[in-house]
Design a protein around this ligand. Structure first.
Ligand code: DX5
Ligand code: ZN
Length: 224
């Protein structure tokens, strides 16, 4: 069954504790943490200090999406703060394989993310040490953007590579996932969907239904 990872980027930070608890009570599977440095992406979010605070209010796994230069410098701090998966962008790494080995040694799951323009053929060389492959379906930096349609073909391709080489990574899709786009994302083979503005844009009492509807495949896009 597909997993849902609400991104707290779109949460109400004045109520962060209850927003995170709403992720848990909605039945979602992971908490997606968008870490931005104002350098790799044109936005700045939060760092390990906030992560260690929110670690106290939920037992759900923390899926850290590092949109930062030099992720090797910061990965240990995010692991110490309580992250369970560390995803780095392929575009920032000259030695991606080495970075993934480094993260694995920290004792957490390793993830690779790619921007919309980045081809995925390189995955055959690193798919064996990657637990998660995060396909960006918007340009990273902001919540609330529209889904870029070329991501759908990329999801299929990443799934084909997994089958061909017998890899085990989960496929996650991040950006513009909502009631209109979920069907194509899930249909193409996503194992995890990140949801920011759609999930947190709804009142707390409606969030459980979003998760149920996604898991039961009840959303149907207008075009298909
Ligand atoms: C964008 C982030 C996403 C974002 C998704 O850089 O990686 O996780 O929060 O937000 P929505 O679901 O609003 O596109
Ligand atoms: Zn993200």
């Amino acid at each position: 069954m597909i997993k849902i990872a609400p991104s707290i980027l779109s949460a109400d930070f004045l109520k962060l504790e209850s927003e995170i608890k709403s992720i848990e009570s909605s039945g979602a599977d992971l908490v997606h943490l968008d870490i931005m440095d104002g350098n790799f992406v044109p936005n700045i979010t939060f760092g390990p200090m906030i992560v260690s605070q929110i670690r106290k209010v939920t037992k759900l796994p923390f899926d850290a999406h590092l949109m930062i230069k030099d992720p090797q410098l910061f990965a240990p701090l995010f692991v110490e703060a309580g992250c369970d998966m560390i995803t780095v962008h392929a575009e920032t790494e000259t030695h991606l394989h080495r970075t993934l080995q480094f993260i694995k040694k920290l004792g957490v799951k390793t993830g690779i993310s790619v921007n919309p323009h980045t081809p995925v053929d390189f995955l055959k060389y690193v798919g064996d040490i990657c637990d998660l492959f995060l396909i960006m379906s918007v340009n990273p930096g902001f919540g609330g953007q529209s889904y870029i349609d070329s991501a759908t073909g990329k999801i299929k391709k990443v799934k084909e590579i997994r089958e061909k080489y017998n890899f085990n990574y989960e496929i996650s899709v991040d950006g513009g996932v909502n009631d209109k786009t979920i069907e194509k994302v899930a249909g193409a083979g996503a194992d995890i969907v990140v949801m920011g503005s759609y999930f947190f844009g709804k009142p707390v009492e409606q969030r459980k239904k979003i998760v149920e509807d996604v898991k039961n495949n009840l959303f149907h896009s207008e075009t298909s």
